[in-house]
Design a protein around this ligand. Structure first.
Ligand code: 0L1
Ligand code: MG
Length: 262
């Protein structure tokens, strides 16, 4: 860690205010070039504490930057992990108010719900599948608080990995008999296909992203508790959306997820 607690709290307030007022800011490493990943996760934890002190609750966890397409799009090489809060949930087929967001993008993701806790180190695909209650199709709406989505990994971790909204739809399915690597998905924006992928786009198997999250939490002495909802990361690149757009994603074997931006 390179930052003192006062600076961590100030940066958490700065980034959370940017989120809540839908105002873009410059990446925080411009003013704090020495900021490391421990500082960044400490800022993320301080944002969590701010939200919980106002009565919000964690709704799940997320892995981000887990597909080649996303890594290439953002010019990075490593997954990141973030927090999903209750107020970010939008019903399937629901409306998302773009006035509350800066520059939203959508990502199609396979989400896991655990029936058993997962603890690293050494967590792997087999352990994740054995601990999974069911998978569901989801769309994450990311909204980096940084101008023009211009950031480095430390800045984006501190910004809670751009978490903004999420929509769960389709059907919940046990992983038994499902091959999550070959499970295909097609995203349409206003009726036109804008992205296609298979589950293997996420680190070879979406359960690898969940294992990576468990192994990341183990370095902090934490686990993923039973019952946790986890978004495994966008299989495609992120697609920009604006008021008037309708998004629908069809997932093989899992049904579809849709939403409108107003
Ligand atoms: O969920 C994600 O993959 C987003 C990670 C943060 C980077 C971004 O805003 O694109
Ligand atoms: Mg995502």
């Amino acid at each position: 860690m390179t930052l003192d607690n006062n600076t961590i709290q100030q940066l958490a307030a700065h980034l959370e205010n940017a989120e809540l007022s839908a105002t873009a800011v410059t990446k925080i490493t411009d003013a704090h070039p020495q900021l490391d990943w421990d500082d960044a996760y400490a800022i993320q934890a301080a944002i969590r504490a701010r939200k919980e002190s106002r009565g919000h609750r964690i709704a799940g966890l997320k892995a981000g930057l887990t597909s080649r397409a996303k890594m290439k799009q953002m010019g990075v090489e490593t997954p990141v992990f973030g927090l999903i809060f209750d107020y970010m949930s939008v019903a399937d087929g629901g409306e998302i108010d773009t006035k509350k967001l800066i520059h939203p993008k959508v990502e199609a993701e396979i989400a896991f719900v655990l029936k058993k806790a997962l603890r690293g180190p050494g967590c792997h695909v087999g352990a994740v599948l054995a601990a999974t209650d069911f998978v569901v199709p989801a769309v994450e709406i990311i909204d980096s608080r940084y101008e023009n989505f211009r950031f480095d990994l430390a800045s984006v971790i501190a910004d809670n990995t751009s978490a903004s909204r999420f929509v769960v739809g389709g059907v919940a399915r046990s992983v038994e008999g499902l091959d999550l690597r070959t499970l295909g998905l097609v995203m349409e924006k206003n009726g036109e296909i804008v992205a296609m992928a298979a589950g293997a786009a996420v680190l070879g198997h979406p359960a690898v992203a969940v294992a990576a999250l468990a192994n990341h939490l183990a370095t902090r002495g934490e686990e993923i508790p039973a019952g946790t909802f986890i978004m495994s990361g966008g299989a495609t690149e992120a697609i920009p959306v604006a008021a008037g757009d309708a998004i629908s994603v069809r997932f093989q074997d899992l049904g579809s997820v849709s939403m409108r931006f107003v």
